[in-house]
Each structure stands twice: as C-alpha cells, then as structure tokens.
Design a protein around this ligand. Structure first.
Ligand code: HAS
Ligand code: CU
Length: 567
C-alpha cells in the first residue's frame, strides 16, 4: 500500500490508470527488446576472446567485431537502461503518491527516445558508425549516430520535470511532510542525471553533431573524452540508483520483511548525487594533460563514491537478514537460504548482490590510480562492468519485469520455473564470464580487440598464457546466451497468457517504525535530506570546482584532429 493511501488525495480515474499502465508497459517492452538484440550479440564477443571468429558467417548483417560491439554497447548501456529507467522513475512515484503523471511529457519522452533509437540503429547497422559505446573522437560516425544519441539523451531527461511536478503536487497537499521514499529516490536520481547528462550533451551539440554534419572540419579529442566522462561515470549511477530504488523501496516487501532504515536509504541517495559527479576523469588516468595532483585527488574522490554502496550493503544485508529470520532462518547463513528463492523476481535481485560485492571491489581497484595502470584498457574493465551494470542493473530490472508485467497487463507470468532458470543461468553465466575477463585482463589481454581475427598461430603465441581465462569467457558467454533465450521466452510469452484472477499489486515496502498506510514521523536526518534543491546546487558547485581546473588548460591548447574511419 502506498504511503499516501488513506489520505485525502483522490485516486486518478480508471482511464488515467490504464493509460499509464499501457505506457509503462511500452517502456518495458522497448527497453527489453533493445536488450534482446544487444545481448544476442554478446556471445559472439565472448567467443571472439576464446579464439572463435563467427563474424564472417554473419555478413552482411554484421561486418565486423567492432560493429557488433558498438550495437551491443549502445543498445544495452543506453537504450535498454534509459527506457526501463524512464518508465520506472515516473510510474512508481505516480503510484506511490496516487497521482496521475503528466502524460504528455511522458509520451514525449518515449517518442523522442524511440526516434533517437531508430536513428542509432540505422547508423550502426549500415556500418557507418562503429565508434563503440564511448564514441570517442576522432573516430567519426555518421550524423544519424550523433543526432540519434542527442535525441535519446535529451529525451531521457524528461522524467525529471514529471517527477518534480508529482512531488510538488503531493507536497502542496501534505504540508510539512517529507517525500515518500520511492518518490524521493526517483527525484534524487533524476536530479543527479540532470547534472550528469550535461557533459555528453555539450559534447554532442557543440562538437560531434556539427562535425559529423560537415559544419566543422576538426575536433579536439581530449576535450571530447573529458566531456564524455563527465557523463560517462555518473551514468553508471543512473543505472544503479533505479536498481537501488527497487532494493530499498520494493524488495523488502517481496521478501516478506521491512526496510530496516528509511533514513539510510535517503542518505545513500543523497551521497550518490553528491559524489557521482566530480569523479568522471578517473576513466582518464592514462590520458595526457592531467597533473599528478589531479590523479591523486581523483583517486580519493573515487573512494568516496563507494561509500553509499557500502552503506547499501549493510542496510540491505540487514533487511534481508530480518526477513530471513522472520521466515524461520537460523544460524549464520540460515536467514539467507530462508529467503523466498522460489520467487524469480526475488532470486534475480538477491543473486545480483553477492556478484556486486566483487564488482564493487574491482571498482575500487580501478579507482586507485596505480592499480588502474595495470588493468586499464584490458579485458578486466569489461569484466568489471558486467558484474555491475550487467548484474545489479540488468538482473534487478529483470526481477522488476517479472512482477511488473503481470501487474501491468493483468496476465499471469508464463512460467515461474523457466524464469527462475533464466535468472540462475544469467547469474552463473555472468560470474564465469566476468571471472575470465578479470583474470585475462591481468595477463594484459586488451579489451575491444578482434583477437580471433588473428591467424591461430599468432593468437596462440600472443594469448596462449591466458587460454584458461579466455576459455572461461567463451563458456560464460555461451551460458549467457541460454539465459537470454530462456528469459525472453518468459518475457514475451507473458504478454499472451491467461488473465490473472486478482490484480498483482506493486510491492511498496514499509520501513521500520511505519505502520501499514501511515507515514513514519520523519527523522532529523530525513528532514535535512529533504532539501533536494540545495543538494543539487551543492553538487553543481562541487562539479564546477572539479572540472574548471581540468578544462582550463585544455581550452588553451586546443588540438585540431581530422576524423578517422578505421573500420
Ligand atoms: Fe565502475 C569503469 C570505478 C561501480 C560501470 N565502470 C567502469 C565501466 C563501466 C562501469 C561501464 O575508478 C567501463 C567504462 C568504459 O567503457 O571504459 N566503479 C568504480 C567504483 C565503483 C564502480 C569505485 N561501475 C560501478 C557500477 C557500474 C559501473 C555500479 C554500473 C552500474 N569503474 C570505476 C573506474 C573505472 C570504471 C575507476 C575506469 C577503469 C578503467 O581503467 O577504464 C563503486 O561505485 C563501487 C561501489 C560498490 C561496492 C559494493 C557494495 C555491495 C553491495 C551488495 C551487497 C550484498 C548483499 C548481499 C546485501 C562497495 C551493495 C549480502 C549477502 C550475502 C550472504 C552475500
Ligand atoms: Cu567511473
């Protein structure tokens, strides 16, 4: 039951509810369809590292490893996540507050991202834009790629005014109360994204769009990269925070317990807003133009961004333990095995957690300047992000889809067993794959390399030492292919099943101290953290303080590079 239930706010009428359910379903289906295409290409890349080159068999659909990798990265990292997040961060707050969202803006968001996606698909599948997900200049793709990316990125900002409007309308009727938790977390995520998206939008509008259209002849690569990472680091929290919305705001009820601390959830989100922004250049430890002092500062700042996730590990860990003990779990780990593992939505989200412990530890290695010199640009880095975005975000979004599809469509899930099989296969496949990628990275195997294109004798000579980890990569990728297949049988199959007898509710969680239907008296911490506007302003100031010294010398020594097409 929502925190606002029982209050004087009128429910949106049935037509409005049905319309918002339909649009949310459209966001889910588009997002997951993008993941289907993106994820289907993944095993080819895994087999590439295992020395098996399947690309020649795929012409003319895919010309090269690099084309496939670009489609994989763009569809999974941008299109899948943006659609799912832009749906969830409007739908969940609107339902929590029992208010109708601004449907015009929400439809515009969907429409812009859909048009942008079609442009990206066109530019990628005609092999004009194999510039990978980071689209670093001076690699030069077609205008459709950059314009499509600009439209998708701009569209992804539209949930911000919608959620702020919902919050303002709710606050007008509840003077003095603090924002209900899911809405708070959604608004914080979107405010973070507003500040974060600035870098890529400036890069696209000021540099890459005019350059690809032929209006300018050259481009400055280091300014482009720095603008990219201003967005490219915090974007990972635009993938993570919506997963945390589910872990804090929904999962506690799904496991049959309560969230142990509402203020800790708010603190986590406030810290994520503040700490995500100034650290983007930790992706540039080996780029020229950064002083030693800056590299040291970036290392320290990066360690701070791990703090909110450490808080999450303890808060969610305790929340799960509480639920497990309520369910009769005993002993050191009995609570863990007592969780409702037969619920595939729960299994998907909880399995992502132990994986993320390793993802987080690897992140701390990456964030340490000296250690990053060992792993940078090796397969270690994609190993890291497959057990972060590829598990925490992807598995949590899958877990959400598994209760949300029945909730939205009124139809039952095709099969809980097949769904369970899918999430376990995803977990096992991703773990094996990531183990191999990290391990191979320590042998210096480069990321983003079409190694299987080499003659076998050369491949064996150069990568022979790493053959065990590279075989694991191939095996993990193949298991992931099975996981994808089984998940999509359930996902699409569930759109055509029989009707549910009773509607599937949204599992909004209660926190300790809250009674069903009544908001808790807010803690002092929650009251302080309620000032999201001030937090955003502070973050903007800190971000400017971090980036002005970085950009200043670059703007005074501009490099004019012509475009390259190397594929
Ligand atoms: Fe990262 C590179 C640093 C987190 C994604 N990262 C990447 C790239 C991506 C990415 C996509 O500093 C590659 C970009 C590219 O193409 O070049 N990352 C970090 C740090 C963190 C971190 C410090 N990354 C993420 C998340 C991502 C993500 C989250 C996606 C969603 N990353 C880096 C750095 C690089 C980098 C450098 C550049 C490397 C290079 O050389 O290029 C931190 O936020 C991590 C904090 C996380 C934790 C873990 C907490 C654990 C939790 C689970 C709890 C478990 C429970 C269960 C409750 C401290 C919350 C318990 C029960 C049991 C019984 C087990
Ligand atoms: Cu980063």
């Amino acid at each position: 039951m929502s925190a606002a239930a029982g209050s004087s706010i009128a429910l949106p009428n049935q037509d409005a509810l049905a319309a918002s359910r339909r649009l949310m379903a459209a966001f889910l289906v588009w997002g997951f369809s993008a993941l289907l295409v993106g994820a289907s290409i993944g095993p080819l890349q895994a087999l590439n590292y295992a020395g098996i080159d399947l690309y020649p068999a795929l012409r003319p659909v895919l010309q090269s490893y690099y084309e496939g990798l670009t489609i994989h990265g763009v569809l999974n990292a941008y299109v899948f996540t943006f659609f799912v997040v832009s749906g969830l961060l409007v739908y969940l707050p609107a339902r929590e507050l029992d208010l109708a969202p601004n449907m015009t803006l929400w439809r515009l968001c969907f429409g812009m991202m859909a048009v942008g996606t079609l442009m990206l698909l066109y530019a990628m599948f005609d092999n004009s834009s194999s510039v990978l997900w980071t689209f670093y200049p001076p690699l030069k793709g077609s205008p459709f790629f950059y314009l499509g990316m600009t439209i998708v990125a701009t569209g992804s900002l539209l949930p911000l005014p919608i959620v702020l409007d919902l919050r303002a309308r709710w606050k007008a009727r509840h003077p003095g109360e603090i924002t209900p938790l899911v809405t708070y977390m959604s608004a914080a995520t979107m405010l973070m994204w507003l500040l974060a998206a600035g870098g890529a939008v400036i890069e696209l509008v000021a540099q890459l769009d005019p350059w690809s259209l032929g209006l300018t002849r050259t481009v400055d690569p280091i300014i482009g990269r720095t603008l990219f990472w201003w967005t490219g680091h915090p974007i990972v929290y635009f993938w993570l925070m919506p997963a945390y919305v589910s872990w804090y705001g929904l999962l506690p009820r799904q496991v049959g317990g309560k969230l142990v601390s509402d203020p800790m959830a708010r603190l986590t989100f406030a810290m994520l807003v503040l700490f995500s922004l100034p650290v983007g250049s930790h992706h540039q430890f080996v780029d020229p133009g950064f002083s030693q002092i800056w590299r040291g500062v970036l290392t320290a700042l990066t360690l701070s961004v791990a703090l909110p996730s450490l808080v999450t590990a303890f808060t969610i860990g305790l929340t799960l333990e509480y639920a497990g003990r309520l369910r009769g779990g005993r002993g050191l780990f009995g609570w863990f095995t007592a969780l409702p593992w037969s619920n595939p939505s729960v299994a998907a989200q909880v399995l992502a957690m132990p994986t993320f412990i390793f993802g987080g530890a690897g992140g701390i290695v990456n964030g340490s300047w000296q250690l990053d010199n060992i792993v940078h640009n090796t397969t270690w880095v994609p190993g890291h992000f497959h057990i972060t975005v590829g598990t925490v975000s992807a598995m949590t979004f899958m877990g959400i889809a598994l209760w949300m599809l029945p909730h939205l469509t009124g139809r039952r899930l095709l099969s809980r067993r097949v769904a369970l099989l899918a999430v376990w296969l995803w977990f096992i496949g991703m773990s094996v794959f990531a183990l191999g990628m990290h391990w191979a990275g320590l042998y210096g195997v480069p990321r983003r390399a079409w190694v299987s294109f080499l003659p076998h004798s050369v491949y064996d000579r150069v990568y022979g030492l790493a053959h065990v980890p590279l075989a694991l990569v191939g095996v993990g990728g193949s298991i992931l292919w099975l996981a994808t297949l089984t998940f999509y049988i359930v996902f699409f199959g569930s759109l055509f099943t029989g009707r549910l007898l009773a509607p599937e509710p949204i599992p909004f969680a209660q926190a300790f101290g809250q009674e069903e239907g009544h908001a808790a008296p807010p803690s002092a911490l929650a009251r302080v953290l309620e000032h999201l506007g001030l937090l955003t302003l502070l973050t903007a100031v800190v971000t400017a303080a971090a980036y002005i010294p970085i950009f200043w010398p670059f703007l005074h020594h501009v490099t004019a590079a012509p475009g390259w097409k190397v594929w």
